[in-house]
Design a protein around this ligand. Structure first.
Ligand code: PEP
Ligand code: MN
Length: 263
């Protein structure tokens, strides 16, 4: 079902009124983890003014160490709901297990499946039974074929609203957290009618690499971007080293909008 053969035209996914795919560009921005309510609302207002059309934030976080901050959990979902009511921005957040699927369906507009769960087939089947748009991040060692098959798991359940997200893959290189596979954009767009966005934040893992990679993604024809932003990156509860400040995000959006105009 994800294959171009069965759907010649680009699919356009509707995220509570925000369209993604074909000529419609998704700009998903926000912190790695959901933090204090007032800070989240203030940040979301800035991001919206700068050009974001969806807000991201993790309430449940897949951390490498069990001793690291694991996310605010259901309290985080409540805060995301406030952000949506205050700003009107649709909400993107990661679901890690089927346990909270009902709460996610009630609260978020896009269910993110993280890199670490790209092949959690029970989770994929469960979200395939919802009608929520699914942001399917690429597993850190997943081939594009495997990634396509994960989309197939979601679609087999009847949910055709899948958006791919390239977020960097593991390579021998250690200068950056992962290696952004920009080739995924044209390859996946040839193989599939589904939109693909790029997350340069988790690919780079370091702030200074992000603007150039975001622009490269646009020029490669990506259908959107996911970018981590924090008011005070040095105090972020997770992934601060790769967060842009709202000002840096604003500057980047100006370049992106220029590139989208000439494309
Ligand atoms: C995230 O989006 O915060 C995240 C954990 O991403 P990934 O699953 O791509 O590592
Ligand atoms: Mn993160």
């Amino acid at each position: 079902k994800a294959n171009r053969l069965f759907h010649e035209d680009d699919s356009v996914i509707d995220i509570d009124g925000v369209k993604v795919g074909a000529e419609n560009f998704m700009v998903c921005a926000g912190p790695c983890s959901v933090e204090h309510e007032d800070d989240m609302v203030a940040l979301a207002q800035k991001l919206k003014a700068a050009g974001a059309n969806t807000f991201r934030g993790g309430a449940f976080k897949p951390r490498t160490s069990p001793y690291a901050f694991q996310g605010l959990g259901l309290e985080g979902l409540r805060i995301l709901d406030v952000v949506k009511k205050e700003t009107g921005l649709p909400i993107v957040s990661e679901l890690m297990s089927t346990e909270y699927i009902d709460e996610f369906v009630d609260t978020v507009d896009v269910i993110q499946i993280g890199a670490r769960n790209m092949q959690n087939f029970d989770l994929l089947k469960a979200v395939g039974e919802t009608d929520k748009p699914i942001l399917l991040k690429r597993g850190m060692s997943a081939t594009m074929k495997e990634w396509l098959m994960s989309a197939e798991y979601v679609m087999a359940g009847g949910n055709d609203n899948v958006i791919f997200c390239e977020r960097g893959i593991r390579t021998f290189e250690t200068a950056t957290r992962n290696t952004l596979d920009i080739q995924a954009v044209p390859v996946m767009q040839k193989e599939s009618h589904l939109p693909i966005i790029v997350d340069p934040s988790h690919a780079a893992g370091v702030r200074h690499v992000i603007p150039s990679m975001a622009k490269a993604a646009v020029m490669a024809g990506a259908n959107g971007l996911q970018i981590e932003v924090h008011e005070e990156p040095e105090n972020a509860w997770s992934d601060g080293q790769q967060c842009l400040t709202p000002d840096e995000f604003g500057d980047l959006m100006q370049s992106i909008n220029m590139l989208l105009d000439i494309e």
